[in-house]
Design a binder for this molecule. Sequence first.
Ligand code: C2O
Ligand code: CU
Length: 488
Amino acid sequence: SGLAVIAAAYGGYDVLTKQASTEVLQGVEKQDAQGAYQEYVVEAREAKWELKAGEKISAWTFNGSVPGSELRVQEGERVKVVLKNTLEQPVSIHWHGYPVPNAMDGIPGVTQNAVQPGASFTYEFTATVPGTYWYHSHQDSATQVDRGLYGALVVESKEQKVKYDREFTLLLDEWSTEMLGAEQEATGHSGHGGGTTSGMDHSGHSDTSAPALSHDEMMQQMYNIFTVNGKAGGEIEPLQVKKGEKIKLRLINAGFQTHQLNLTNQTFKITHLDGQPLQSSPDVSGALLAIAPGERYDVELTAGANFGILCANDSPAKADMAVHVEVDGNDSHEYAAPAVELSPLDITAYGKAASVNANVKYDLETTLLLNNKVVHKDGKSQEVYTINGNIHPDIPPLRVKKGQVVKVAMTNEGTSDHPMHLHGHFFQVLSKNGQPLQGTPLLKDTLNVKPGETYEVAFTADNDGNWMFHCHDLHHAAAGMMTTVEYD
Ligand code: C2O
Ligand code: CU
């Protein structure tokens, strides 16, 4: 029976441990009517997880760790991932950034039913687009991703042009022990646990003497532990490298806040954004990588003798997020705020050279105005996040036909960052604040639109179905900022 197959595969995998990185899940080769495929088994389950000394939480995990097992597949491979749910909550898996067929996109109520406690679901796709992606639950995702239901998905290129001596996958996240505690109490009474936006409600913090905090400020205060691969501060295993080695880092932001990383005393190159290769990328040093929620940066470097630390440099609270690098076994580096203020790299600088889009005729053009406002409902005031003045599900979908080339302008008229993520497609960034990006296409699936900014992007409607298009600050998505692209 199906269950026996699951049990056998589950018991049979080997985990290859990589240093200070996530554990790679070994697949099992199998056959079906269409030929050979690799099967991976991922179990959604509860696990005690120590974020740092003295901070043990009850996490929701894929295969018992945070992040969950890394899925590393080969370009061209047929992949089946069996999701077994042993949590008490319904779950799903969404393949963030990877253009799977619509039925495999993992959106409860849109592409599938949520996978109920005790049930399983098999995701199936052929890995044709190499790159760095990640996977996470898309059921009540503001809660479930926050509790740990995420992991890396890497599609290895058949013809890797560069050989690396070592490779590390690092997933960034922030945690609120206060919110986790509150949720634990809340799930005691309410069976469904979905749809609530815990911590969103201004009236919940009714200290009227304090100046009103914006929703984002409140969140910044709530999140108190910052992790790399599920661990904070001294619990993060150092990266072991040798001087002169060629290193690849896959940096993935699985959190809801932008994290700015500084690689101290080390020149590096960004080779891919959201898994897609950049055609020109200069050597940089002394600049921050501002990785927005949902985004991925692939970084390449040749380890120098003094490569010290990889750390978050935007807030002292995030000193937790410091990954020490031991070059030839030598770790003498202390976290210190940088002497000079570093600025984040502007990724739109990577779209360079000749113009690509001058002659493209768009079949469809639309504008999304992103904003936030406070609404009053049932005697409470609540911050909502709007697209063209509306909140989900009252935002009309963007209707497209297969083959159309669609241009979308996004303007942020509000006060928060909005890392906008489109499922099932890559889009090309055409312009920022009216300035065209020239040349080598900058392809993304997640783009952080900051207050006051306007971006134009374009995508080809080449993947039939109903696709989510939402802010990847998942609290914002839960509070309205979510729409769909639907094919006629
Ligand atoms: Cu990574 Cu709809 O999400
Ligand atoms: Cu947002």
